[in-house]
Each structure stands twice: as C-alpha cells, then as structure tokens.
Design a binder for this molecule. Structure first.
Ligand code: GUN
Ligand code: FE
Length: 436
C-alpha cells in the first residue's frame, strides 16, 4: 500500500491537540507515498482526486458502521517477556524479575529461539492493532538486531532498545563490564543505523538504576547525545525498588536525580513512570519538576501490585502521557486492554478521593493510546492522528460483522460504535499493514 496513492471514503475518528476525540462522518482521506494529502468532505472527493492525481479505482469505500482510527501506540513493552504474558504475576517487582523474567530473557541469546519468539510477539502485537511499539529487547546485541529485522519484515513502526545491565543481576544474565556494555550498545546502534530501516529507531535502554552503575549510566547518556537517540528506562515503580535505589545512590536527592546526573533525562527520554510515582511526588516534589522536562508513560503493571498511577496528576503538571502494556509485568499485549485498565485505575482514584477527582474517560484514554503515545515518543510529527502531512497509520474498525464480540444496532451512532469498541471490542475486521 505504501507506494500507491489511494483514498478512503467513510468515517474517521481521531484525537487532536484541542479535541479529546473528533468523530468525522462522511469524509474522504487521500494518501500519497504513505502520507495523508487531504481530509475533506466526501462531496469534494472528485476535486481532490484530480488535484492529487489519485485514480478513481484506488478509492476504498467503507461501510456505514465502519470507521478508521489511528493505529494504537504501545509506549512500553518487553518483547522477550511475551512468552510469560499472563504468567507469574504473584510476586512483587524485584522477586518477579529474578524468578520469572531474567530466566526467560537469557534464552534469547539462542537466535533460533529468539527468531521464533520474536516473530510471535510482533505478530501478536500487530494483530492487536499496535502499529507502533517501543520495545525493550535483552542484553544480547545480535538477538536485538534480529528483533529489528523481524519488526521491519512484519511492517511495524518501532523504537527498540538493547538492554544494559552490569550490576545487581544474576551471574547468568549480566554484562561483563561497563566497557563491554557500552561497546555492544554502540555496535547495536551502528548496525541498525546502517540498515537504515524507515521505521525503526534504536533507543538507549538502561534497564533501571538498580542494574546499571553510575559510570555506565553516564556513558549511556553520552551515547544518547552522540547519536541523538532517545532513552527509555524504569523509575519509581515500587517502594522496595525506590528504597534500594536510595541505598545504592546515597548522594542523589532522589531516583530521578540519579538519571538526571547521568544525562539520561533529555527531551528525548521516554521513562516508564508508573505506579510508585505518586508516592515519590508526595515525598519530594523535585521529581515532578525533573520529570516535567521529559516524556512519561503509564502501563498496566499494577498487576504486580506496585501502586496506582495518578495519570490526571501527571497531565495536570503538563507531562505528556502515553499508554504501554509493559508485557509481561502487564499481562496483555493489547493497548485496548491498557485503555481499560487506565480508566479502571482512574475510577479507583475518583472513588477513594475526597476532593472531587475527575477520572479519565474512555475517550481520554483513547487519546493517550494514540496521539498521547506519539507525543510521549516524540513522533507526533509523523503519527498519532489524521492531520494532513502525517503518515497514514491506521486501523479500519468494523464491528458490524459476524464473529466479533460486539453487537451493533441500527440506532447506534458512530460515537456509540467507538464506545462499544473501546469497552467491549476484541476483534476487528481489517488491520491493514500500513507499510507493506
Ligand atoms: N524494572 C526493571 N526491569 C523491569 C521489567 O522488566 N519490567 C518492569 N515492569 N519493571 C522493571
Ligand atoms: Fe517495563
């Protein structure tokens, strides 16, 4: 589809800077070389087709109850943890990492195993409507390059990180030295840059401050600056983790300062600010002011019972928030599920608040899952909604077919269809791969 010019006529739903959700009925949208060239009333189709030289038989006409929406963006997912999705959520974070996660991640140094598992996770994530994902891989460079090859082959947009870990990790899953960790990261970045994939960006990925020493983090901060690439990490997920970091870095005022000192908090930083952040904010406001300068995301891993992220509080502080599944700390590789969990958690805040808390609506969460994710990953100049000039990166949703989990009635409006999809949809008819 990429090279072709085409137009779609029908209903479009997206978020904009100003609008939480805009439902646009009877429109036509034109695409040339993958980019949106017009979005107009359907009555102006002929005029627009000739303006852009798009052929009449390249016009796709959607059904009455169908709609097009931006592809979902998963801002935080661990590809090698997918074999564990839905397993082992009975522990706290640190115990869960050593019991379930590290023994699984180490298996990916076997490239046959990695090829098999990575194909499955990327296909699954795509089938769940995630057209853009920000992945953690493992400490193994070659397997991480393989993940990028697979993502490219399957046609997803992605940021992908080779994980760095040089301390407080099991003997069987740790890098030998700071130098090794840095030179492997450099090798990874240069290999991916040489491949020049259109839609894959390497991302610096210190696992978290527990598993990287100060000197490694500083050198990774330098690499991020040298190659001008983003950074992702975890911060303030659980109380025991925050206490552990305070012990490891007694000279840092708080967790965020550890990253800031290493030069990891740039405006390209994507941090996994989840669960425990509220407690940290309550204890020390400087974390909010530091975080204010970077991007943040939320995820579904309150299944490790780490805490309940107050997304409204982050938004109030002007922090850009996207959604992430955090598989397999989150159990489900689907952003629709993350949308629902974000709303559940927000409702819990509203129920327990004594001063009139307004929870996130399902539509607020839709915005976080699309435009918000694009902003959090600093790719909102390319994707996130249907603004002219952006790439056409979309899902076509049709709930009115057999074998979906939703029943649509004649009286249902387009808005109703969106709500039914967000609350109860699990399957949809088309998922056009946007790149290939
Ligand atoms: N903190 C450090 N590593 C991880 C991980 O793999 N998953 C989550 N959720 N948190 C982490
Ligand atoms: Fe994570």
């Amino acid at each position: 589809m990429e090279a072709e010019s085409f137009a779609i006529c029908g209903n479009f739903i997206h978020s904009t800077e100003q609008a939480v959700v805009e439902t646009l009925e009877n429109k036509c949208l034109g695409v040339k070389q993958g980019k949106i060239v017009f979005l107009d009333d359907v009555e102006r189709l002929q005029e627009r087709l000739s303006e852009f030289g798009i052929k009449e038989n390249n016009v796709i006409k959607l059904e009455h109850k169908e709609f097009v929406m931006p592809g979902f963006i998963d801002t935080h997912i661990h590809a090698p943890q997918y074999p564990n999705a839905g397993k082992g959520l009975d522990m706290g974070l640190l115990e869960w990492l050593t019991t379930y996660t590290f023994p699984t991640e180490v298996k990916f140094k076997d490239l046959d195993f990695a090829a098999h598992a990575y194909k499955r996770v990327v296909s699954r994530v795509l089938r769940n409507g995630t057209t853009t994902a920000c992945y953690y891989a493992t400490i193994d460079t070659d397997a991480t390059v393989l993940l990028c090859d697979i993502i490219n082959e399957l046609g997803q947009r992605a940021l992908v990180g080779k994980v760095n870990m040089n301390q407080n990790s099991p003997d069987y899953y740790v890098e030998g030295s700071v130098d090794e960790s840095v030179s492997e990261t450099r090798r990874y970045i240069e290999t991916i840059q040489k491949k020049a994939y259109d839609n894959i960006t390497p991302v610096i990925t210190p696992r978290f401050a527990v598993s990287c020493c100060e000197s490694l983090m500083k050198k990774l901060g330098d690499l991020a600056a040298e190659y001008n690439i983003p950074v992702q990490t975890h911060i303030c997920e659980t109380k025991p983790e925050v206490e552990y970091v305070a012990q490891l870095y007694p000279d840092s005022k708080n967790y965020a300062t550890v990253y800031d000192k290493a030069g990891l908090l740039t405006d390209k930083v994507n941090k996994n600010i989840c669960r425990g952040i509220r407690a940290v904010i309550n204890r020390d406001d400087i974390d909010v002011s530091l975080i204010f300068f970077c991007r943040s995301i939320t995820d579904t891993t309150y299944f490790l019972r780490s805490g309940l992220l107050d997304v409204q509080n982050l938004l109030k502080h002007g922090i850009q928030v996207g959604l992430g599944t955090d598989v397999s700390g989150g159990y489900h590789p689907s952003i629709i599920d993350a949308i629902r969990v974000a709303v559940h958690v927000s409702n819990a805040h509203a129920i327990t608040s004594t001063n009139g808390y307004t929870p996130l609506s399902m539509r607020d969460a839709f915005k976080l899952a699309t435009l918000g994710g694009a902003q959090a990953l600093s790719i909102d100049n390319k994707v996130g909604n249907f603004e002219v000039g952006k790439e056409f990166d979309a899902l076509i949703i049709n709930l009115d077919i057999e074998n979906t989990h939703v029943d649509v009635f004649e009286e249902d409006t387009l808005d109703d269809c969106l709500d039914k999809f967000l609350y109860t949809g699990t399957k949809w008819l088309h998922f056009p791969s946007v790149f290939k």
